[in-house]
Design a protein around this ligand. Sequence first.
Ligand code: ADP
Ligand code: MG
Length: 209
Amino acid sequence: MHTAFILDAAKAIQQSILDNEAALESLDRAIGDGDHYINMKRGAQAIVGMQEELASLNTALALNKIGLKLLSTLGGASGPLLASFFMSMAKQWPAAENANPLSIALAFDAGVQAIMLRGKADLGEKTMLDVLIPVSQQFKQLAEKNQSKAYICSALIESAEQGLINTRDLIATKGRAAGLGERAIGHLDPGAKSCQLMITAVCQLALTP
Ligand code: ADP
Ligand code: MG
């Protein structure tokens, strides 16, 4: 995976966020403060605006710069969390000659663990981690079994969708929605929705011949 793919992925993510304005807006209005769409849109715009700056960097450096940029642009609770995801993934990113599904899965996992550490959260707390943790676990398992890129991408799209759906019946124990108690039940988590959108956009791009 090269920096050119990361740049295309940023554009695909931005498009997906713009296409899902209504969903992201209404979810964060229901169990948050309504700013999640604006935050994500601003973050995606900032990254797409860095195309020239990123193009000459290797993938690890580009991912680290993306993290730093998100830290200063995204905002909200999700800003610093997604920023640590990219910066920690960058640290573990394999050199070009060692890039394969397993080394990329391990870098992705380092990013997810950074979110867990920073947000002091785990599976089942109605956050973005309800998408990210199962996706990361499945990514590692399938890569260890030497499954094809196409198989892994399709499986991760399904896993992200399932993780998102699982947030519907959870009570939130982290973030703004934690104050709502049982009133959060019946609503998908907005951060889980945006992570599902991002994972789907990247996997669909990777599936494109
Ligand atoms: P804010 O809650 O500050 O308005 P956003 O609306 O941008 O920030 O993001 C809210 C999302 O952040 C939630 O839907 C949830 O997925 C995620 N989130 C909040 N707190 C945590 C946490 N401690 N760990 C993981 N994710 C979290
Ligand atoms: Mg919010």
